[in-house]
Design a protein around this ligand. Structure first.
Ligand SMILES: [Zn+2]
Length: 349
């Protein structure tokens, strides 16, 4: 072997050895690569054994190169061993912490809030009767919330609907009922009108078991030629049957709201006991809606001819329906956000 051949062999041995060491993916593979690159039968060891055949003048240079290749290969083995041992330790630590045989944790599925599902059921029942949804702003003017609905400024009914007046320009207030949307709809649309109006309302009430300063209403408005109290009663009975079951009955009695004439309260036969009488209803009837024939003053305020058209309106509180449906004793429970309570009543969307 001459010096050129020896240098070539050493170069190859170094390159192949380093490649095998650096790609070893386990301690076993690393040991095999170490034996192949540094062992007695390795190419470097072979050159070392042949040093005696190389010219005396070249021998020290080749000898130094042999030592250098050995050192590089040993250093590569040591570095790779440290890396592989660290990986193995990390694997052990990970399997100690995580029991991969445990079933995964399933995130709890979301559901509809009971007020949302109740609201949808009420609105859907009216939609199935041919009504369409109409909505309006929560921040209203005094005109739409009171005056146009036949509540004059000195009317005592305003006292029961005291509200919040935000500190903004204009005579704005937080609406106390969804009825302003009746006015907005009649202004925007010619009869026949059949709308169902869902929405959030506000009053200056102190929270207790049956009152909240923020609550939700649904109301309906029908305006057409020849509508009578009989149409109102039939419509609300059809709604009660769609909502609570085919055997529901309704009864009406006189009541007062400024924007209807005559005004009526409407009871639904108790959907908990079937009308026989129970702890919730007492006498078999549940007071559920306020209703009545649209007051002629509203037609005058919105430019609809009261000689030609008549109409009826009815409204109810969503929280009250949901309390009755689910037997919830305190209205505040719907707004406390306690998942233990809500998950019992949640419906999937
Ligand atoms: Zn009952």
């Amino acid at each position: 072997m001459n010096d050129v051949q020896a240098m070539e062999r050493l170069g190859e041995a170094r390159g192949q050895g380093l490649a095998a060491i650096e790609t070893a993916s386990s301690l076993e593979e690393l040991r095999a690569a170490e034996v192949a690159a540094l062992g007695r039968r390795s190419p470097v060891a072979e050159v070392q054994r042949s040093l005696g055949t190389i010219d005396l003048a070249d021998r020290p240079r080749i000898g130094r190169e042999v030592n250098r290749v050995f050192e590089d290969l040993r250093a590569a083995v040591a570095a790779r061993r440290v890396a592989l041992e660290a990986e193995a330790e990390a694997d052990v630590a990970l399997t100690d912490r995580i029991d991969v045989t445990l079933p995964g944790r399933r995130p709890p599925p979301g559901g509809l809030h009971p007020l949302t599902s109740t609201m949808r059921a009420v609105v859907d029942a009216f939609i199935s009767l041919g009504y369409r949804v109409s909505e309006g702003p929560e921040l209203e003017t005094e005109w739409y919330n009171f005056d146009a609905l036949n509540f004059p400024p000195d009317h005592p009914a305003r006292l029961t609907q005291d509200t919040l007046y935000p500190d903004v320009p204009g005579d704005l207030l937080l609406r106390t009922h969804t009825s302003p949307v009746q006015i907005r709809t009649m202004e925007a649309q010619e009869p026949p009108i059949y709308v169902v109006i869902p929405g959030r309302c506000f009053r200056r009430d102190t929270p207790d078991a049956t009152h909240l300063p923020v609550f939700q209403q649904v109301e309906i408005l029908a305006v057409d030629e020849g509508l009578s109290l009989a149409d109102m009663k039939g419509t609300l009975e059809a709604w009660a049957r769609a909502m609570f079951g085919p055997d529901q009955r309704v009864r009406i009695y006189p009541d007062y709201f400024p924007f209807v004439e005559p005004g009526a309260g409407l009871d639904v036969s108790c959907f908990l006991c079937g009308g026989r009488g129970c702890r919730v209803c007492g006498n078999g009837w549940i007071e559920l809606l306020g209703a009545g024939m649209v007051h002629p003053a509203l037609f005058e305020n919105t430019g609809i001819d009261p000689e030609r058209y008549s109409g009826f309106a009815a409204g109810l509180g969503i929280e009250r329906v949901a309390m009755l449906l689910h037997g919830v004793p305190d209205i505040r429970m719907f707004y406390e956000g306690d998942v233990r309570f809500l998950s019992q009543l949640a419906r999937s969307a």
